[in-house]
Design a protein around this ligand. Structure first.
Ligand code: CU
Length: 311
């Protein structure tokens, strides 16, 4: 109860403070923070191939990097809307740069429940591609419909993401969600990908994080990493950086899914900074820092590795 009263007071205080600033106009425009929705329903790309149309939906209007981006791929027969039986569906992702091409981690397409022509997957855009001539991403899609083999490539850009800056609290407004973090282990690039959640709730949320490393083949493969430990300390930087009763969460590695899984407790709606600390099996910190105290003894100093969410 005490906690609830504290939260209520904090909200009221923040409300009062906000309404006294000259930033009123910016606030009046409502939340400008991406994504506009957590649902994968925004049409981003569409392309005709033979008698078929392929459409890609996401939860953002335009792709950005770095990010773990959920997509739904829909196949349609332009001549026969009732023809919806698409099989052997597979995605491949490539980035084409002036001097070389490379791939990225991804979650392969699988059928959406109760559908035979919509498929869910995730693309980890590890870098921005901003020119369709020589610096872009390409999503290759394969599928089979009756006796027809579909094989198409969709070119796309991914702009540079604009993320929350720990030094500047105002940057929460208008920031992109940080869903892909990068760190190095013995000079090898690693990635921590927060898999998409359609809807967060106040309470305990299932979350999964995958760790990938760049393979020895110039970025053509990204094997999952099973021997590192993912810990998350959820914080609200615009509310005194308070955390949750449960404290720091340690995810469990699931050898079947090759993902690190856990329950993320969120005590209220708003912006959550997931302070990320990656450890080895001996408990030594490999990346990130625990939340530290400031000069007043308050835990307000977050580490440099994080994921975040807003709901
Ligand atoms: Cu690249």
């Amino acid at each position: 109860m005490k906690k609830l009263i504290y939260f209520a007071l904090t909200i009221i205080t923040l409300g009062l403070t906000t309404s006294c600033t000259s930033d009123d106009n910016a606030m009046d425009k409502g939340p400008t923070t991406n994504p506009d929705t957590s649902e994968v329903t925004t049409k981003v790309l569409e392309q005709k191939t033979g008698n078929y149309t392929v459409t890609i939906y996401s939860n953002v209007k335009e792709f950005y990097a770095p990010s773990t981006t959920p997509i739904i791929v829909e196949f349609k027969d332009d001549n026969d809307p009732s023809n919806k039986d698409f099989k052997e569906v597979a995605m491949n992702i490539m980035m084409h740069m002036p001097n070389h091409s490379h791939s990225a981690p991804m979650v392969q397409l699988t059928p959406v429940a109760n559908s035979t022509n919509k498929f869910y997957g995730e693309i980890m855009f590890i870098m921005a591609g901003t020119n369709l001539d020589n610096n872009y991403w390409e999503i290759e899609l394969k599928a089979k419909n009756k006796d027809t083999q579909i094989n198409t490539k969709l070119k796309t850009l991914a702009r540079g993401g604009k993320f929350y800056d720990r030094e500047n609290i105002v940057s929460i407004q208008g920031s992109d969600r940080r869903t892909l973090e990068t760190f190095n282990v013995n000079g090898v690039k690693h990635f921590a990908a927060l898999h998409h959640t359609d809807k967060f709730i106040v309470g305990k949320n299932d979350i999964t994080v995958s760790l990938y490393k760049k393979g020895d083949d110039m970025g053509m493969t990204f094997p999952e990493v099973d021997n590192l430990i993912v810990t998350i300390d959820p914080r609200m930087p615009d509310m005194g950086n308070h955390g949750v009763l449960e404290g720091i969460i340690t995810l469990e590695y699931n050898a079947n899914t090759k993902q690190h899984e856990g329950k993320l407790p969120l005590s209220m709606t708003g912006y959550w900074f997931l302070n990320l600390v990656i450890k080895d099996q001996a408990g030594e910190i490999i990346a990130g820092q625990p939340v530290k105290e400031d000069a007043n003894g308050n835990q307000t100093i977050n580490g440099d590795k994080f994921l975040d969410l807003l709901f």
